[in-house]
Design a protein around this ligand. Sequence first.
Ligand SMILES: Nc1ncnc2c1ncn2[C@@H]1O[C@H](COP(=O)(O)OP(=O)(O)O)[C@@H](O)[C@H]1O
Ligand SMILES: [Mg+2]
Length: 282
Amino acid sequence: MAFESSEFLNRLATLEGIHPQQKRLFDRIDALRWNNSINQNWTQNMVLVGESGVGKTHLIRKYVSDSKLDHAGTKEGSVPILYLHSPLPFSLQALYLSINESLHNTVPKTSRLSFLDLQRETISLLAARDVAMIILDDAHNIGMSRNGPMFKVMDSMKHLSETANVALVLVGLEEIRGMVEGNCQYARRFPVLELHRFELDEDFVEFLHSLEEQISPLPVNLSNKKLAGVLYSLSEGLIGTLMPLIQLALRKMSLENSFERLTLDHFVHTLLDAKEALCIRQ
Ligand SMILES: Nc1ncnc2c1ncn2[C@@H]1O[C@H](COP(=O)(O)OP(=O)(O)O)[C@@H](O)[C@H]1O
Ligand SMILES: [Mg+2]
């Protein structure tokens, strides 16, 4: 079996599995956008939590890039979904500035613009650019806010979403749950969705299969029962550990040109070496 090495390495670098929760998450976000477009007086938001490395950012970015394709050709300058990283340290002012920056709007030096003016300007900019949803990644940074107590920040976020009729999707670590579930007003407006590690089940095998399809023909099948078990135990079901392991092991096999001699046991050894090289301690 002959492999075109550079082409194979390119495919490895862009390897993307279909996350089993992708459809559920995308459907939820679509429903949120639809709900807000027809119920303008009742802006709903959402929270997506999960431990580091479960694939939150990857999924959300995929949603944003898929939606860009859906909106190609709509009004020039309109940005239906705005994806932002939460500023650190977090402050509402930094958030508003970051919104302006992402929409390529130049605001006067902050010293010459009061906070309320900045807020007003941001809200009218969001309307002018048809922003219907802001996805705020690493939103646990809100917990390290310069704006005083958390409830004050959350009140302002709620105010922003209601005044601008923009759905907020807060994405981040488990801490965000505490920010919204402790208060019944936020709990209703910010329902929580959770992304988990894989279990060793058919979803995991499906995920491996979706990877395999992009790099076939391989002499070993990642979704083979024994290999799936090994990949699961080495990664403990965390995508952020699983992907670099697979990519590094396959890269090594490709560079050593050892695909033709590849057996299951040989591949398992290469995975163990990759684990060592990546300093994965589990
Ligand atoms: N569906 C996927 N296919 C391929 N790689 C993925 C997928 N989801 C996540 N990854 C990779 O796993 C790593 C961790 O994912 P990330 O989205 O950053 O996790 P989180 O935001 O939950 O910390 C990243 O390197 C990312 O590229
Ligand atoms: Mg992330």
